[in-house]
Design a protein around this ligand. Structure first.
Ligand SMILES: NC(=O)c1ccc[n+]([C@@H]2O[C@H](COP(=O)([O-])OP(=O)(O)OC[C@H]3O[C@@H](n4cnc5c(N)ncnc54)[C@H](OP(=O)(O)O)[C@@H]3O)[C@@H](O)[C@H]2O)c1
Length: 308
């Protein structure tokens, strides 16, 4: 197969959910060669055309990681201890510019401080949003912002249903369950948007914001959907301060739910952005009910005992 005309895309976070999705979508396209990046490239064996070491905390590694690349996909991981997202992203932008990268794709989130007039403090959103200006001003020929949703997968992970005091299995969260406020999606589908943007810089390469949204739901609707599929999950609204003391990241999670309830996940009318993202991806993202049918087997979660 002749592959010399394919553009090389370097993907940060290739071992993770977002970067992994991007690698898979780019590999499925015949337009790109993929350089998967990790601090431990042994984990990448066989995943992409190239596997290269890159550490966002070590600028030198980024130079080699981005050398010769046409495009870069960047995600930072707020939840990893010691991560400074603005510092890491600034280093990545600088290294990409120095390497002559033409198209930079940054996985951002809404600026909660600006949207809420300073009422809500959610660093894992606002910190990413602060990077947008740095990407905008870097002077890449093309740049694109993608916005990851509330992953459906979170309901199988950190927010998996738990055994409640009344014996039921479900959720106890500081969130009004009847407020439709959560823009959600299957994170494995983020790659279609990124690959589409890299393939169509004329349509999405001038700083467009492309959110992945498969569904827009309240928690009552989430629970109702699952229960119609055979589950018996419960939901209880709990006070914010009680929830915030439960586990190390709970305070930030509680503040995030308060923001969702007041402003929604995306924070504004996002109809046009979602429509553009779907057009660029060339598909409609999977609805929650369809995803749940395939990924939330009735027996498995109803046996959940783990307390997170
Ligand atoms: N969960 C949600 O609903 C949600 C919604 C929107 C946004 N987000 C955001 O998603 C981000 C996490 O992305 P994810 O879900 O794809 O995470 P993930 O599956 O946990 O993977 C994290 C990735 O980050 C890479 N990484 C971490 N530190 C690195 C460093 N210093 N240098 C290079 N690579 C580094 C890891 O690579 P190696 O370990 O291989 O080096 C790994 O591939 C977070 O910032 C979070 O705020 C999450």
């Amino acid at each position: 197969m002749q592959r010399t005309n394919e553009k090389l895309i370097a993907v940060v976070g290739a071992t993770g959910q977002q970067g992994g999705a991007v690698v898979r979508a780019l590999q499925a396209s015949s337009q790109f060669k993929v350089r998967a990046l990790s601090r431990n490239p042994d984990k990448l064996r066989g995943l992409a055309d190239e596997a290269v070491k890159a550490d966002l905390n070590r600028l030198k590694t980024l130079k080699a990681a981005f050398e010769g690349a046409h495009g870069v996909f960047l995600v930072t991981n707020f939840w990893e201890e010691g991560t400074d997202e603005i510092k890491q992203a600034t280093a990545a932008v600088r290294a990409a510019k120095d390497a002559g990268v033409k198209h930079f794709v940054w996985s951002t989130l809404p600026d909660i401080e600006a949207i809420s007039g300073g009422k809500f403090h959610v660093p894992h959103f606002t910190g990413k949003a602060k990077v947008d200006r740095i990407v905008n001003e870097a002077g890449f020929a093309h740049h694109t912002f993608v916005i990851a949703p509330f992953y459906y997968q979170v309901l199988l992970g950190v927010l998996a249903p738990q055994k409640q005091a009344d014996g039921s299995v479900g959720w106890a969260l500081p969130l009004a369950p009847d407020v439709r406020c959560i823009h959600m999606g299957d994170i494995t589908e983020l790659g279609d948007i990124v690959a589409g943007a890299l393939a169509h810089p004329d349509q999405a390469g001038k700083g467009e914001y492309l959110p992945l949204v498969g569904d827009f739901m309240s928690f009552n609707e989430i629970v109702g959907t699952l229960n119609r599929q055979g589950h018996k999950f419960s939901f209880k609204q709990v006070p914010k301060d009680v929830f915030a003391a439960l586990f190390p990241e709970a305070a930030e999670a509680a503040e995030t739910f308060s923001y969702f309830q007041s402003h929604t996940y995306l924070g504004s009318d996002s109809y046009d952005g979602i429509a553009l993202a779907n057009k660029i991806a060339g598909r409609q993202p999977t609805k929650f009910s369809t995803w749940a049918q395939l990924n939330v087997p009735v027996q498995k979660l109803n046996n959940t005992k783990e307390i997170i």
